[in-house]
Each structure stands twice: as C-alpha cells, then as structure tokens.
Design a protein around this ligand. Structure first.
Ligand code: AMP
Length: 120
C-alpha cells in the first residue's frame, strides 16, 4: 500500500492536533470538523479499508473503540453521547485509505446522516 496522509501524521512528517497516542493507535482532530468535537482514531498499522481486515486485526479494531470510550470519558462527553463511524470505500464515503474511526460529539447528531439514505 502506498503511504497516505495518515502515515505521514503517524511518522510526524506533517503536523496534526494529536489528543491521544499509544503503541497501537493515534487520535487527532479532523481538519474539517463536522461536529464541535470531531476526532479520528487510527491504527498505526496501515490497513487500507475494513475489507482488508485480517483475523489477527480483530483486537486492533476493538482497541480503536476502546480508545473512543476513553477519550469520551476524559473529554467529558460520554454521558451526553457521541457517534463513532468508519466509512468503507466509495459508497461509504471513504476518502483516506487508511482505516480510521470518526468520533463525533458536542451536539445532538442527526439520524439518518444523509437525506437520501432511504432512497434505495
Ligand atoms: P473519510 O472520508 O471517512 O475517509 O474521512 C477522512 C477524514 O480525514 C475527513 O473527515 C478529512 O477531513 C480528514 N482529514 C484529511 N486530511 C487530514 C489531515 N491532514 N488532518 C486531519 N484530518 C484530515
């Protein structure tokens, strides 16, 4: 896989507003926030899409959710609530091909997320 912008952020080659880091993952603020709090939680392992997840990656994906839970508690929006989303490929709206969990919070979030969701 060729490097994405997220590999450059992991390698500190380009700046990001990092809010959390451990040996497995990194969380930073989205450059185009869609909510008052919009973070991206990414694995340091460069997995391209959900479709590329191997059996051995199952706990890594669970770790991303665990980090979301920890950040929600630390930033104080766990009780109000939040949304986690992972987009996959073109129809899912994925634009960066290094898997990432969006963590959105800070206001009541609309559902469904797009007005054309029910037009199949
Ligand atoms: P997705 O469309 O699900 O692939 O999400 C990719 C997200 O990455 C978008 O919300 C972008 O705003 C965000 N993004 C792209 N480049 C950067 C960057 N350099 N720093 C922070 N967020 C970024």
């Amino acid at each position: 896989m060729s490097d994405t912008i997220f590999t450059k952020i992991i390698n500190k080659e380009i700046p990001a507003d990092v809010v959390y880091e451990d040996e497995i993952s990194l969380a930073f603020r989205d450059i185009q926030p869609q909510a008052p709090v919009h973070l991206l939680i990414i694995p340091k392992k460069p997995i391209v899409t959900i479709n590329d997840m191997d059996e051995e990656d199952k706990s890594l994906f669970g770790h991303l959710f665990f980090v979301a839970k920890k950040i929600a508690a630390e930033m104080g929006f766990a009780d109000d609530g939040y949304r986690v989303v992972m987009n996959c490929n073109e129809h899912g709206g994925q634009s960066v091909y290094h898997v990432h969990l969006h963590l959105l919070a800070g206001k009541p979030l609309g559902w469904p997320p797009y007005s054309d969701t029910l037009k199949v």
